[in-house]
Design a protein around this ligand. Structure first.
Ligand SMILES: C[S@@+](CC[C@H](N)C(=O)[O-])C[C@H]1O[C@@H](n2cnc3c(N)ncnc32)[C@H](O)[C@@H]1O
Length: 274
């Protein structure tokens, strides 16, 4: 029996077709990721009875089968994330952004915060915990729900389940207050008060942004790194149009908006709408 699993083959033309399809529809640039494509998809394709990429791609492109599409997005997105990632951002959010927004919204008591490209939920739940800490027993008088969106159904399912092995640097006070220990194991579930303050939705960042409210804060960290420059620029403009005046845009420390007339930098990887 052949115990070694070989990746399925993909021709140059099929590779280019798939790269173009992903780029045009989801912004992700996989033009240098041939190995990643074959290694991440081969097993699932084989399980579904495909002998090569050609027959799978024929099926995908002709039927636009939602299940095939979901598989491709689950496998080809990179969902790496963790609680309190780039912690300085959350410190800035707590010490600068929240006091300012609480002041500005003292009448309507509605904040609009978006975690765009939320992956498995650690980022929006971290925000939800900071909101709870900040508003304390006033939280019920405020609408501070965090919108959290992604295109990977697998990541969103994990996010909605809210079950994690918290990292070693998670404050023990947080574990006690904002998580429920699942039996004797190492897993914890996000407590209802934190979970109910996050709304998870499927949303493709290539689409026009038409949410009910303009945003006060957008976190879009470690997402645009997978896009090319023109896709990034177009998304930044859509963010701009979807934000309130002076709203905050957080990107990751490994990204930059470059020279833009739309935003000014106010802290490392933190921008404000002009
Ligand atoms: C590396 S994770 C970032 C998670 C979190 N923001 C963080 O910084 O830890 C990138 C996420 O962006 C999502 N993504 C990529 N392209 C997208 C698109 N066109 N629309 C929505 N989400 C997208 C991926 O599915 C993935 O979950």
């Amino acid at each position: 029996m052949d115990m070694i699993f070989h990746d399925l083959t993909i021709t140059d033309a099929d590779f280019q077709r798939l790269v173009k399809f992903i780029h045009n529809n989801y912004g992700i640039d996989l033009s240098k990721k041939r190995q990643l494509i074959t290694s991440r998809l081969s097993h699932s394709l084989k399980d579904r009875g495909y002998k090569d990429f050609k027959s799978f791609l024929e099926h995908l492109f002709t039927t636009k089968d939602p299940q095939d599409l979901e598989l491709v997005l689950n496998k080809l997105t990179t969902n790496y994330t963790y609680f309190l990632r780039e912690k300085e951002h959350f410190t800035f959010f707590r010490d600068t952004v929240l006091p300012e927004l609480a002041q500005r919204h003292q009448r309507d008591k509605v904040l609009s915060i978006w975690s765009a490209g939320c992956s498995s939920g650690e980022e929006p739940y971290t925000l939800s915990i900071y909101l709870k800490e900040f508003f304390g027993n006033q939280a019920k008088q405020w609408d501070t729900r965090v919108l959290a969106t992604d295109i990977s159904q697998q990541a969103l399912a994990k996010a909605r389940a809210g079950v994690y092995q918290p990292p070693a640097d998670m404050p023990s006070e947080w574990l006690r207050r904002y998580f429920v220990h699942n039996g004797a194991g190492t897993e914890y579930t996000v407590a209802p008060a934190i979970r109910d303050n996050v709304i998870f939705r499927t949303f493709n960042l290539m689409d026009p942004i038409h949410f009910k409210l303009k945003f006060d804060v957008i976190f879009c960290r470690n997402v645009m790194i997978y896009f090319d420059q023109s896709t990034r620029d177009a998304l930044v403009k859509r963010f701009y149009d979807a934000m309130n005046p002076n709203a905050y845009l957080f990107i990751s420390h490994s990204e930059s908006l470059g020279q833009t007339p739309l935003f000014r930098m106010v802290a490392s990887a933190v921008y404000r709408k002009k």
